[in-house]
Design a protein around this ligand. Structure first.
Ligand code: AMP
Length: 299
């Protein structure tokens, strides 16, 4: 089955203590679409300016990502830049230049309105809702977010949460959203806001799913070296929904395995700048890491 992803389509300039990498392909939707494409037909909803390099469009195409709902308009592509500290966990945003995002109104062609699996990747919650308004009876809707929206668009986010099946956020965002330092109680509070499934990302410490089947802990793949974690969360949720859409059976049956597939894809993302390593990996390499992760938690 197929997946539709809305989110940011960006040029990212990423600084680490060791190097500077200007204008890489980035954005939550780019990372998520490439990750999902290893498992399912994937369509991208986004906007870029005329400055968006043709080689990045080709990269989407190499992954067979459907670009019918990618708007290419006069103006500048969304540009984000960030800088990592030596530990590669703490990140500072240096600049966010909205460019063509300022006037973005995602419109879906009819052919995409019946896609069953919907990923509302990180973008303003009002835009996520606008996409959801256009979908016809999707089978599974998952939303991601970031601290910015908790700070400036809480009402929109709360409206969205009533309408999604699953919500994924990182541990600090869960604490901020609920005003609760204890994760299990924070999770309970998030369920009350609407989502049946809550997935908390904990970076290098993996993730935690809360569902009607109870709690599930998934490890992160233990990497010897992290080159650039930008987009790891987006790759995680992209791999997750791509895998889910590729499996017969219910979400409840497949979600745990889907999360582990998301972890495996995210690990490739962290091994190179931007999408450099993710785009070079294969489904077989991802599945190999899933098997290693499986062994890691058997006892
Ligand atoms: P992550 O590392 O998972 O937090 O995601 C990083 C990606 O988020 C980068 O590729 C950025 O282009 C994108 N991003 C940063 N700020 C925003 C924003 N305000 N809205 C949407 N996407 C953003």
């Amino acid at each position: 089955m197929s997946v539709i992803v809305v989110g940011s389509t960006a040029l990212d300039s990423i600084k680490t203590p060791k190097s500077s990498n200007p204008r890489l392909l980035g954005g939550s939707a780019s990372h998520a679409c490439v990750a999902a494409s290893f498992f399912s037909d994937t369509s991208l909803i986004g906007i870029v300016g005329k400055d968006f390099p043709a080689r990045y469009l080709n990269l989407y195409r190499k992954h067979q990502i459907n670009l019918d709902a990618l708007q290419i308009v006069p103006g500048k592509t969304f540009h984000w830049s960030g800088e990592y500290e030596v530990n590669m966990n703490n990140r500072r945003t240096l600049a966010t230049e909205l460019g063509v995002f300022e006037t973005f109104s995602p419109e879906l062609p009819k052919s995409l309105q019946k896609v069953p699996y919907v990923l509302l990747a990180n973008i303003a919650p009002a835009l996520q809702s606008h996409v959801l308004d256009q979908m016809r009876k999707p089978k599974f809707v998952i939303a991601d977010t970031m601290d910015l929206w908790l700070n400036i668009a809480m009402d929109d986010l709360l409206k969205l949460l009533r309408r999604v099946d699953a919500f994924v956020l990182n541990d600090s965002e869960a604490r901020q959203l609920t005003n609760d330092d204890n994760l299990p109680t924070a999770i309970r509070k998030i369920h009350r806001l609407g989502p049946k499934y809550v997935i908390i990302k904990k970076g290098e410490h993996g993730s935690l799913l809360s569902s009607p089947k109870g709690l599930f802990l998934a490890p992160a793949y233990p990497l010897q070296k992290v080159v650039d974690p930008t987009g790891a969360g987006d790759s995680f949720v992209g791999g997750l929904i791509g895998y889910l859409a590729s499996r017969p059976g219910s979400v409840d049956t497949n979600l745990r395995r889907a999360i582990v597939h998301g972890s495996a894809v995210a690990s490739f993302c962290c091994e190179g700048f931007g999408l450099n390593t993710t785009t070079k990996t294969t489904r077989q390499a991802i599945v190999k890491r899933v098997k290693e992760l499986e062994k890691l938690v058997q006892f």
